[in-house]
Ligand binder design. Structure first.
Ligand SMILES: [Zn+2]
Length: 312
């Protein structure tokens, strides 16, 4: 199936050994979106009731969990610093990340992106994480290189069915390796968080709609920046609208709060009375690929800390 139906980006969150959060359209953050508007990867707002998903795997990030994750991360950073594993204040972890591309083709060959698209996708990751799309964008210090491409012929996997199984069977590399599974599903992308790696390392990585790669057919979402957004989660970032109009929001101080996700590229959107316009150009909002231009310095620092805590 290669229909151009709208495809939300979405985020998977592992909370227990086998639990996996899949929260498709129907959750709170999508409720205000006009019908037919594309969305992207969905993380439920703290405290929101998750709907849909995959049965018992469905869950939500509560405010308490969000706080617990912050506390756990701080403790890990302290413990690592005591062992000499720390990034000097003001510096970044700045790692070179191996990327394993897993191309999930169906029996008819659908999903078989080209090597050129894959190299272009890696280039987009380097451009976006390198802060090259805006003068106000942060250079996160992370770079990416293609460590391997493997092509599979499996219609079930192509459709993202049995995803925990296929990921465990095909995932490559260690905790520092970014696995990208290219599939055809009802979302633009789904990611796992770094703090869940230890509980379920076999499924760590991001699943990305294959038509979102550069040159793909996902209109408004075919510049390869779905992978940037999902990788942002993989590095530990929330959506910029996490928590809505609250000061805690996405745990990043320089991304102004916003009440809900953005569609398209509405310049000047200001959905909260808190200071600052909505960060519609931020890779962690839901805007069009052409609207995306930046991670902030605060997000860059958060990713560096998360890397040091969970992936270094
Ligand atoms: Zn997302």
């Amino acid at each position: 199936m290669r229909s151009l139906i709208t495809r939300p980006r979405m985020l998977a969150v592992i909370v227990t050994g086998a639990a996996l959060t899949l929260t498709p359209l129907g959750g709170q953050a999508t409720a205000n979106r006009p019908a037919g508007q594309p969305s992207d990867c969905y993380v439920p707002s703290a405290g929101a009731a998750a709907k849909g998903g995959h049965g018992a795997d469905t869950r939500d990030i509560t405010v308490a969990e969000q706080k617990a994750i912050e506390a756990k991360t701080a403790d890990l950073l302290k413990a690592k610093a005591a062992r000499g594993i720390a990034v000097p204040k003001g510096a970044l972890a700045a790692a070179s990340v191996p990327v394993y591309i897993n191309v999930m083709r169906d029996s008819a060959g659908n999903g078989d992106v080209t090597d050129t698209q894959i190299s272009q996708q890696i280039a987009v990751l380097n451009k976006t994480f390198g802060g090259q799309e805006s003068s106000s964008a942060a250079n996160t210090g992370f770079t990416f290189y293609l460590a391997g491409t493997t092509r599979y012929n499996n219609t079930q996997w192509h459709q993202d069915k049995q995803s925990s199984t296929y990921r465990k069977q095909t995932r490559k590399g260690g905790k520092n390796a970014l696995n990208i599974w290219l599939v055809d599903f009802g979302y633009l992308g789904i990611a796992t968080f770094p703090w869940d790696y230890a509980r379920n390392p076999g499924i760590d990585g991001i699943r990305v709609q294959y038509t979102s790669l550069p040159g793909g057919s996902a209109t408004n979402y075919n510049y390869g920046e779905t992978a940037t957004h999902e990788a942002g989660h993989w590095f530990g970032l929330y959506h910029t609208f996490q928590g809505g109009c609250t000061s805690t929001n996405d745990e990043v101080a320089d991304t102004p709060a916003q009440s809900s996700s953005t569609s398209g590229c509405p310049e000047g959107r200001d959905s909260c009375s808190l200071p600052g316009l909505d960060p519609i150009h931020n890779y962690m909002d839901y805007s069009y690929d052409t609207c995306y231009t930046q991670f902030t310095p605060g997000q860059s620092t958060r990713m560096s800390n998360m890397w040091t805590a969970y992936r270094a």
